[in-house]
Design a protein around this ligand. Structure first.
Ligand code: FE2
Ligand code: FE2
Length: 368
């Protein structure tokens, strides 16, 4: 990477690309513009969710209070917390930019309005995180990221699969932390976690839109090759989180969480939610599934330790372990998927706006 002496350490860090870091995406906007979103009779659902977004439920939510101005110099895991803010901010900003690009390129007024609202929400989330970082005297320059960060190209369907899951796993991650800290307030190492409940509703709503978008294009869900892609993206999203969080066990410990239990709960919830749209999901209740993920995480930590120690032999061994990570993930991918049935399908979230489904029947389910 070129030298960037004028940038803050955090901005430079956020510009780096690695397998597990948050990415910026671009896609074939013309192809998305050419989609016939009316072909499956979902226009009224799109209109409905546009109205939901335009309500702007969280307009006044993202305002820091005096608690944010306390001195956090001696807070536990300060550096890991800053990294958490940086990664979250980069991911939120990535959504903000992608959705803003959709507004620029799409002609359908409903789609434009929806993406404008989602970009508004993600911009607000990124801004809130960014200001929280500034309170801790950490500068992350989002305009530099926008200009200099590498953009990964994904075909539209891959964008839909991956962004849908990012929204739903984002919801699942935030709500699990929020509920845990509501039960154990002594682990609230920073006030930002108190904002997560309403915040995650934004992510849940965004995910609902992508679920509609995929339902409007049934071949994305039904063709055998696409089903394999769906499983691939489910695993990619789950495994990325698992390996990332394993590397940050100390951060979760400071919140009173065991990272592994937390991740497994998040994955189980996200996998249940994904049955709302995906015809099959991953067998997360098969003990072999998390066994493979645990092995992958173990190889990853050993590989990182060896790579950090340096030396040719260690590097070679680290490379072998990384190949082992890939093999374990492949083994998890090969486990028989769980077909979604009417009985197992996610029906919606209690206490949350009930989106009209294809049957136009109000759907609610407990979301414990
Ligand atoms: Fe967000
Ligand atoms: Fe979102």
């Amino acid at each position: 990477m070129e030298q960037m002496p004028d940038l803050s350490v955090t901005t430079r860090h956020a510009l780096q690309e690695a397998m597990l870091t948050p990415r910026f995406y671009t896609t074939d906007f013309k192809a998305i513009d050419a989609l016939d979103i009316d072909k499956n009779g979902l226009r009224d659902e799109f209109e409905w969710i546009r109205e939901e977004f335009e309500h702007d439920y969280n307009k006044g939510h993202f305002k820091r209070n005096e608690e944010f101005l306390a001195n956090f110099d001696d807070m536990p895991v300060r550096q890991l917390f800053i990294e958490f803010l940086e990664r979250s901010c980069t991911a939120e900003f990535s959504g903000c930019i992608l959705y803003a690009e959709m507004v620029k390129h799409l002609k359908d007024p409903t789609m434009r309005a929806i993406f404008r609202c989602m970009s508004r929400d993600e911009g607000r989330h990124a801004g809130f995180l960014n200001k929280t970082m500034a309170d801790l005297n950490v500068a992350l320059d989002l305009s530099v990221l926008q200009k200099r960060k590498k953009y990964t190209y994904f075909k539209p369907k891959f964008i839909f699969y991956t962004v849908y899951l990012s929204e739903k796993i984002g919801y699942s991650r935030y709500i699990q932390i929020y509920r845990h800290l509501a039960r154990h307030p002594e682990h609230t190492i920073h006030p930002i976690f108190k904002w997560f409940e309403q915040w995650c509703n934004d992510e849940y709503r965004h995910g609902e839109f992508f679920s509609m978008l995929m339902r409007s294009q049934p071949e994305l869900l039904n063709e055998p090759a696409n089903r394999r892609w769906i499983r691939f993206f489910l695993l990619a999203v789950y495994a990325t989180m698992y390996l990332n969080d394993c590397r940050r066990a100390e951060f979760y410990q400071a919140l009173g969480l065991n990272w592994r239990q937390y991740d497994q709960d998040v994955i189980r919830l996200c996998n249940r939610i994904a049955t709302q749209v995906y015809p099959e999901t991953l067998p997360v209740n098969d003990p072999l599934f998390f066994h493979q993920l645990d092995k992958a995480a173990e190889y990853d930590s050993r590989a990182n330790a060896l790579a950090a120690a340096g030396g040719a032999i260690n590097q070679a061994q680290a490379a072998r372990l990384r190949a082992g990570v890939a093999l374990r993930l492949l083994a998890a991918y090969r486990l028989p998927p769980v077909p979604t049935t009417e009985a197992t399908k996610w029906r919606g979230l209690e206490g949350f706006p009930n989106y009209p489904g294809p049957d136009r029947v109000t759907r609610v389910a407990a979301a414990d």
